[in-house]
Ligand binder design. Structure first.
Ligand code: GLU
Length: 548
């Protein structure tokens, strides 16, 4: 067979050469040891936590080493593409702080190794397809869907491996005449790789996450170009990662089964094999067993979920770091205020079997992250969230930034900051009572006489002075307690509760209920200071009226 003639027959329009492409996309000028890597998602419209895990791993590896991170849009599967998905992808990754140095952007492609959309690279793939045909390493296959299905049935019935290989690779060694006849008849064809591998042979391979692997050779003549002459992922990634000078391919381990084929492809194409970083899946506990997070069953797989719940980006980011590098938490404890990117990320620490997603842990991390933010930061993130997801609350927050910021400053800044908020969704429950519109009517219960409670509130009003410091304020509360036959001596009360009508804690609760509508609130003195004199007084008056 004259392979060159076959190559010319199949690709008459290809005039470019691999050598010219090598020149067009020269080696990158990056420091020794720098990682050049990419995110190469398919624009399906669904951006998930796995994308973020992969994005963060590649981003850290690239930027920690002084290398390059680029975004390539793998849009070869037109059937799966959703309109606007590329924009969703770019915006979501940006929202989570994954910054690309080059590649697809909202303003078009940026960088000299483009185009960065695979469908725009068809002519480049064809240069290499032609080269493989000319080398006798690829050939056209005219099998119809029906023929392939029948072949599969036979293989299954015979309990043989399925696929296009060995005697089943019926177009592997067909004559030029046969091929010409099919082309003349206008029959569609795919281009297949001529595998020289054998499943009897194994070889060793080092993956940066999975470690040392023993891999069985590939014997299947996989498809390189589909019948519309668009490449499969396998072929496209080999060509792109070579020409884009990728040093590390960071991707999900669902690609591990086809890795033997990828290695063959790089060899056949004369490309240096990049390093591979195969990331295990995200799992969760389902009862007592682990399973992969599923798009259908687990809303928390979608990144939109975290935004809607109101997890700050920084919290999701830190949580993923915790998942990926087991030493991150210790580092964070030792460096509570250090910027997250000063942590030395190590891909070797990724669990080869995948990470276990734990919602409770995420909540915990988020509480910590929010507790370390300044009140101003919390105010701005919370308001932004509320304006989108709870517009009524959002407009209240936006109407008086100073008031809201003072509320959010409660318990912040010290060694042990309060951890009331895990997600922005929690904020209304926590601080809503400060806003008259959200204040709930107090429920004073039945343990104490209404008249006693009203008496406490009246006495409190009579002595109330917004100018008091916290100490004076509490002394007054204590004075009222003792005046009405309650006690401030908790020990004495414990020893003989029947000797007293109640305690200072009960008195505080009456006042707290009147002012906040709740039995639980941040420090009551501070709450009153923020509410101000008039609002505090009018709330207590309303409670007295309610007690009748
Ligand atoms: N488009 C592939 C995917 O979305 C990319 C895999 C890779 O990063 O090479 O799974």
């Amino acid at each position: 067979m004259d392979y060159q003639a076959l190559a010319d027959l199949l690709f008459p329009d290809v005039t470019d050469t691999p050598e010219a492409l090598e020149e067009r996309f020269p080696a990158r000028q990056v420091p020794e040891g720098a990682v050049v890597t990419r995110m190469a998602p398919s624009p399906t419209g669904f951006v998930h936590l796995g994308n973020l895990v992969q994005g963060l791993t590649s981003e850290r590896m690239a930027h920690q080493s002084g290398g390059v991170l680029f975004l390539r849009v793998e849009d070869t599967d037109a059937k799966r593409e959703v309109p606007g998905a590329v924009e969703v992808l770019i915006n979501t990754l940006k929202h989570y702080g994954i910054c690309f140095d080059e590649g697809a952007t909202m303003e078009g492609d940026k960088g000299i190794y483009g185009p960065y959309h695979q469908r725009q690279r068809a002519s480049i793939y064809h240069v290499y397809a032609k080269k493989l045909v000319a080398q006798g390493q690829a050939y056209p296959c005219f099998c119809t869907e029906e023929e392939l299905a029948a072949m599969r049935e036979t293989q299954e019935a015979n309990k043989e491996n399925t696929g296009y290989y060995g005697k089943y690779a019926v177009w592997r060694d067909r004559s030029m005449e046969d091929i010409q006849a099919q082309l003349d008849a206008g029959n569609p064809w795919v281009l297949r790789f001529r595998s020289t591998g054998s499943i009897e042979h194994q070889f060793k391979f080092d993956d940066l996450v999975k470690g040392k692997l023993t891999i069985t050779e590939n014997d299947i003549d996989h498809v390189l170009l589909k019948s519309d002459s668009i490449p499969t992922y396998h072929f496209a990634h080999a060509v792109d990662d070579h020409l884009m000078r990728t040093t590390h391919v960071v991707r999900g381990d669902e690609w591990l089964p086809t890795l033997p084929f990828h290695i063959q492809l790089f060899q056949a194409l004369g490309f240096k094999l990049p390093k591979y970083v195969h990331i295990g899946p995200l799992m969760k506990m389902d009862g007592t067993s682990k399973r992969k997070l599923s798009k259908r069953k687990d809303p928390e797989l979608a990144l939109t979920y975290y935004k809607a719940e109101g997890f700050p980006v920084a919290a999701v980011y830190e949580y993923i770091m915790t998942l990926l590098n087991s030493n991150f938490e210790d580092w964070r404890r030792a460096n509570p205020d250090a910027p997250v990117d000063s942590f030395k990320f190590n891909p070797k620490k990724l669990n080869p079997a995948g990470s276990l997603f734990d919602y409770a842990k995420l909540v915990d991390v988020s509480k910590n992250v929010i507790s370390r933010m300044s009140a101003e930061k919390v105010y701005s993130l919370l308001t932004e969230w509320a304006q989108e997801y709870d517009p009524d609350f959002g407009s209240k927050l936006a109407a008086d930034p100073e008031f809201a910021t003072r509320i959010l400053a409660i318990g912040r800044g010290g060694k042990k900051p309060r951890k009331d908020l895990a997600v922005w969704k929690d904020a209304k429950e926590y601080m809503g009572f400060f806003y008259d519109g959200y204040l709930e009517k107090p429920d004073f219960g039945t343990a104490f006489d209404k008249a006693v409670i009203a008496d406490v509130l009246n006495r409190f009003l009579a002595s109330f002075d917004i100018g008091d410091d916290a100490n004076t304020w509490f002394e007054k509360v204590k004075a009222i307690t003792n005046e009405i036959g309650f006690t401030t001596d908790m020990k004495a009360y414990k020893a003989d509760p029947s000797a007293f009508l109640g305690t200072v804690a009960d008195v505080s609760t009456f006042i707290r209920l009147a002012v906040t509508g709740k039995t639980n609130s941040p420090d009551l003195y501070t709450v009153m200071q923020i509410l101000g004199k008039d609002r505090t007084i009018s709330r207590i008056q309303a409670a007295i009226a309610q007690l009748g």
